[in-house]
Design a protein around this ligand. Structure first.
Ligand SMILES: Nc1ncnc2c1ncn2[C@@H]1O[C@H](COP(=O)(O)OP(=O)(O)OP(=O)(O)O)[C@@H](O)[C@H]1O
Ligand SMILES: [Mg+2]
Length: 276
């Protein structure tokens, strides 16, 4: 399949791709002195190689938990996660942009970006070459030697993203990466991410509260229920690429999906409100 075909088509292309990641009946219970909580209750999900999958669901429904299980920070209480046919997920194969910006304050931006490369024993000259290339891509070359406190929120987030990408992970996992940013910076980073994705062809799992963002970026959108999180629905996003995010409201498929999934999400948020 040619690169240009990949860029202009979307979920229909994925039908021919093989599955890279599979969650089967994943359950997660947390226990504490205050009792136990079921965060996830039977998640089964199949992700295709190269797919950009977006996930929405009410706050507290288990989205971060799902990603933490995938990267091995949490273990499932039951069920399995299989990456590339292996029952234990190789964490080295996953780049994780966490919900909170977590650059190390004592390292410069360049040293932060190079951190995963150090962990993989990449020689210094090669690390420098790779970090320079990625810093350039996200227009941060001039800030390579700055410390995180000297950067804006949007700059730190760009650093976070390239740190998760620079070691060529098979899968990029992002947990509300643009949450705290203003609308203009968010749009900039959304476009940047789509550009990087089109270049690198990664499989992406992207969590967001923002339904517009979920539809604008994804090939497929999965909606989770209020806690305990289950899969409520899954929607292919058949909007041609490249997408003009700022003008998506002019696209009928976008508006239809926004309305449909907006209703589904509102239902779940109501359920949740009843619970508390
Ligand atoms: N380490 C933990 N110990 C105990 N309970 C936890 C732990 N981590 C998460 N939980 C609980 O699991 C549930 C799901 O949490 P999670 O962080 O996955 O939600 P979320 O969907 O990511 O929410 P948000 O959209 O607000 O980020 C919550 O009720 C939370 O209190
Ligand atoms: Mg979360």
């Amino acid at each position: 399949m040619s690169q240009s075909a990949d860029l202009v088509t979307s979920s229909s292309v994925l039908q021919d791709r093989h599955s890279i990641l599979k969650f089967t009946d994943v359950i997660k219970k947390y226990s504490s002195e205050r009792g136990s909580i079921v965060a996830l209750n039977g998640i089964s999900l199949d992700v295709k190689e190269g797919e950009f999958l977006t996930i929405v669901g009410p706050s507290g429904c288990g989205k971060s938990t799902l990603l933490n299980i995938l990267v091995g920070l949490e273990t499932p209480s039951a069920g399995a996660v299989v990456l590339d046919g292996a029952n234990t997920v190789d964490r080295k194969a996953v780049g994780y942009v966490m919900q909170n910006d977590n650059l190390y304050p004592w390292r410069t931006l360049r040293e932060n970006v190079e951190f995963p490369l150090e962990l993989r024993n990449i020689p210094a000259a090669e690390r420098r070459r790779i970090s320079a290339r990625y810093l350039e891509k996200v227009h941060l070359a001039d800030f390579a030697d700055a410390y995180p406190y000297e950067l804006s929120g949007g700059m730190r987030q760009r650093g976070n993203i390239i740190r998760a990408l620079c070691f060529s992970p098979r899968i990029l996992v992002m947990d509300e990466p643009f949450g705290p940013l203003d609308a203009q910076t968010r749009l900039l980073l959304q476009n940047l991410l789509l550009g990087l994705w089109a270049e690198e062809k990664k499989t992406v799992l992207f969590i967001t509260h923002d339904l517009h963002e979920a539809i604008a970026l994804g090939d497929r959108l999965v909606v989770l229920t209020a806690r305990p999180g289950r899969i409520k629905s899954s929607h292919p996003i058949d909007i041609p690429r490249p997408r003009n995010i700022r003008h998506l409201h002019e696209n009928a498929a976008y508006r239809a999906l926004l309305s449909k999934v907006g209703d589904e999400l509102a239902e779940e948020i109501q359920v949740q409100a009843g619970v508390h």
